[in-house]
Design a protein around this ligand. Structure first.
Ligand code: ATP
Ligand code: LTN
Length: 342
């Protein structure tokens, strides 16, 4: 792709290789990435540098990076249509992140709820990277002239910051960056923890019962849904405030099946919680089975994954240079002729 190619809207999204993905990651993000591939110019990144903001075992991290790439492909990301790559393979992400740090205020970063949550959970390692995490995320996005960013609800605040950084830079130095739009899925944007439906389902939750992993076998998925926390009202209504557990199950059921909230209420309103739990589990199992088969095959084919990622990185590196050149010129940094040519 060159600067002058008449182009489709650019989409970029990413997930961290911090462990196996949950149903929340799938319904809130990955499933929507897959559907955007036909009418968007898509880049999907494995953000390994972001994962380093909490301590990682190097060997485990290395495996998780490839596993996450396998998850992308098993979900239906097609490397012929989309660019799939590892963040650390494109050094311009770190480079732009440094430059954007100087356009980001401490106060803005202090307000980020993910930073506040993670600092509470990792009290012994509140490192500067955890604090500037959203700036690296802004760099991921702005580096490719991204128009749309499909993410779960929890990332909305980071997206707002990326927009503010882009606008601030443009106001000072001219129109270098596209200001990206968040794309938040309707139904699956905030899948809740099955044990504490006040929280989002997170892959780093301590309790195994709290989260459905994409790789969980059918029996375990059923068990986790059966043990999901509901309430003592005994009536199926959609009331996020007073019946968050039931609302979460309804949400998972209708999003998984591509139905609406009204259809879910029609289907379940005269039933007991047991039926809701079992049918939700069945819907999820049916959706996940083909994914799991593809994932296993890909996970065992490291050479193929490496080849896809090498090709993806090569394309991404070339694309990133277009924006890096504009940024450096706009800031008055002399262009390296060996890098950018005359
Ligand atoms: P961690 O728990 O390690 O912070 P995470 O699962 O919150 O990880 P990512 O792997 O980076 O974070 O998330 C990838 C995508 O999944 C993001 O777009 C995020 O918004 C989305 N996502 C994460 N959790 C949920 C959820 N419970 N519901 C809907 N979307 C989610
Ligand atoms: N912070 C995101 C992951 C992420 C991301 C991105 C998402 C890093 N860079 C760029 C979209 C676009 C999260 O989901 N925790």
């Amino acid at each position: 792709m060159t600067e002058n190619t008449p182009s489709l809207p650019v989409v970029l999204s990413a997930a961290q290789p911090t462990g196996a993905l949950t149903l929340g990651n799938y319904l809130g993000a990955l499933r929507n990435w897959v559907t955007m591939q036909d009418d968007h110019d898509c880049l999907f990144c494995v953000v390994d540098l972001h994962a380093l903001t909490v301590r990682q075992d190097p060997k485990v991290l290395n495996d998780r990076i490839f596993d996450l790439a396998a998850v992308y492909l098993a979900c239906g990301i097609d490397p012929e249509k989309s660019d799939v790559f590892i963040q650390s393979h494109v050094p311009a992400h770190s480079e732009l992140s440094w430059l954007l740090n100087t356009f980001t205020q401490m106060g803005e970063l202090e307000r980020m709820t993910q930073f506040k949550d993670k600092s509470k959970r990792h009290k012994n390692n509140i490192n500067a990277g955890l604090f500037t995490y959203p700036v690296l995320m802004a760099a991921d996005i702005l580096l490719y002239g991204t128009n749309r960013v499909p993410v779960g609800e929890d990332q909305k605040q980071h997206l707002e910051l990326a927009r503010d950084i882009a606008s601030r830079f443009n106001n000072l130095h001219g129109p270098v960056f596209n200001v990206p739009e968040p794309m938040i899925a309707k139904g699956g944007a905030r899948v809740k923890d099955l044990q504490d439906p006040a929280k989002k389902m997170s892959k780093s939750a301590e309790s195994d019962l709290a989260k459905i992993m994409l790789t969980d076998p059918a029996k375990l998925i059923l068990k986790k849904f059966k043990k999901a926390v509901t309430d003592s009202e005994g009536v199926i209504r959609y009331d996020e405030q007073n019946q968050p557990g039931v609302a979460n199950l309804l949400n998972i059921w209708y999003t998984t099946l591509g139905k609406t909230q009204e259809e879910a209420l029609d289907h379940f309103s005269h039933n007991m919680y047991g039926k809701l739990k079992v049918e939700t589990a069945e819907a999820v199992i049916e959706m996940m089975t083909p994914f799991q088969e593809r994932f296993q095959a890909l996970q065992n084919d490291r050479p193929y994954l490496e080849q896809v990622l090498a090709k993806g990185a090569q394309k991404a590196r070339a694309r990133a240079e277009i924006v890096m050149k504009k940024v450096q010129s706009a800031l008055g940094l002399p262009l390296d002729q060996n890098r950018f040519g005359q």
